[in-house]
Design a protein around this ligand. Structure first.
Ligand SMILES: Cc1ncc(COP(=O)(O)O)c(C=O)c1O
Length: 393
């Protein structure tokens, strides 16, 4: 450690160089590395804001006593996304979160309060076994009873098993996965609704975890899968650093004013408001970055990006088929999962491992984000071919 208070710029530069190099072949995790924020950071520094401690504490929809916030930009981000997720402008409430898990935490927490306003009985949370582990973590954190429902071979909740597990005598908090982490499975919301209509639990709250797919689906012809008015879910969480592409974790959480109205008000006098958010301090920078990106990209830009990743995911699947490499891709998905290659390929391409005996055991996946074009995919296929020939590159 250097004690003379100087910055070891050589060390930092070497680190930055390594990160910039590594990002090019990082295809196993759902982070869009095609980030364009250099101009934002330049403006941020020269504007003087880099030396201001801003904080989005409080309810962005209410006037705040702490003036150093970006609530006006946060609200505009939420107003931009509300109709895209099927919320009417006057019914929507939302925040820019610090990621998908934060959004899920709010969805589950708000859900419990909505259900407890309708029934004195303790709720049961239902979620598919292939849902993201954050749901299990949050159930543990919030002391909730959870029933994990088996998933089919594509990673979608087995609806028959859900029907068997459902206890209609207790309130049901259902976490619906729109794009599971490994296989990109989308739970069948119509079939889940049919079960609910048949078994009629005492109260129901539906939270959608659409961490990755929720980013691009609104810009495709399958937008209905993440539409509140068409699918009748109560809240939705989306990660910002996945499809949209940001340099650090952030996300979106949307719900209705009706849901907010049932929450524990916790009046906080020094904030002049009741504060529905779980965390007190929240990033003021994240909404500003999101606002910047929305204005630079626009709906048309996001539409083109969505089209591109889905087209390239299809190209990857076709190339794998061409070389007869066991691989699968679900509908509407940018995630291709396949037989796990050798360790050097796993490491070089930052691939994530998984196991499913139904598909032959050891698997890995490639999540096609914007930085993975056809050229890179061809390189990846070349490496799989080398690996198959036993060459350790
Ligand atoms: C389906 C799903 N939900 C939630 C999360 C957690 O999101 P975050 O990392 O933004 O907290 C992930 C992360 O990969 C995910 O794949």
């Amino acid at each position: 450690m250097n004690n003379n208070h100087s910055i070891d710029i050589n060390r930092l530069n070497a680190f930055a160089e390594k990160m910039v190099h590594e990002k090019k072949t990082a295809v196993g995790f759902p982070c869009n590395q095609n980030i364009k924020l250099a101009d934002f950071y330049h403006w941020y520094a020269v504007s003087g804001l880099a030396d201001v401690a801003m904080n989005n504490v409080g309810d962005p929809r209410k006037p705040s006593l702490f003036a150093l916030n970006t609530h006006e930009f946060e609200n505009e981000v939420i107003d931009f996304f509300s109709p895209l997720y099927g919320f009417a402008p006057d019914e929507a409430w939302g925040i820019v979160t610090n990621g998908g898990t934060d959004g899920n935490n709010h969805g589950i927490y708000f859900g419990v309060h909505v259900l407890s306003a309708r029934s004195k009985l303790k709720p049961i949370l239902y979620v598919s076994e292939e849902a993201h582990y954050s749901i299990m973590r949050l159930c543990d954190l919030q002391g909730l009873e959870m029933r994990q429902i088996p998933a089919n071979i594509r990673g979608e909740m087995e609806v028959q098993a859900f029907e068997q597990a459902l206890d209609p005598g207790r309130p049901a908090l259902i976490v619906i996965a729109v794009g599971t982490t490994f296989k990109g499975g989308i739970d069948n919301q119509d079939a889940i609704e049919e079960v609910l209509a048949r078994k009629r639990p005492v109260a129901v709250y539906r939270h959608v975890d659409a961490a990755l797919f929720g980013g691009y689906l609104p810009f495709t012809e399958h937008a209905d899968l993440v539409s509140h008015c068409e699918r009748h879910f109560d809240s939705i969480a989306v990660s910002g650093h996945k499809f949209f592409g940001f340099d650090e974790p952030l996300g979106l959480f949307l719900t209705t004013n009706e849901v907010i109205a049932t929450q524990n008000p916790f009046r906080v006098s020094y904030l002049n408001a009741s504060v529905p958010t779980i965390t007190c301090s929240r990033s003021a920078l994240a909404p500003l970055k999101f606002w910047w990106q929305i204005h630079k990209t626009g709906v048309e830009g996001y539409r083109r990006q969505a089209e591109l990743i889905l087209k390239n995911a299809l190209y990857l699947k076709e190339r794998l088929d061409e070389i007869a490499y066991p691989a699968w891709k679900n509908e509407f998905s940018n995630t291709v999962y396949f037989q796990r290659p050798g360790d050097w390929v796993m490491k070089k391409w930052s691939l994530a491992p998984y196991e499913d005996e139904r598909l032959g055991g050891m698997l890995a996946h490639d999540i096609v984000m914007r930085h993975e074009g056809m050229h890179l995919i061809d390189h990846f296929i070349d490496d799989l071919l080398l690996d198959r020939r036993g060459v350790d590159a």
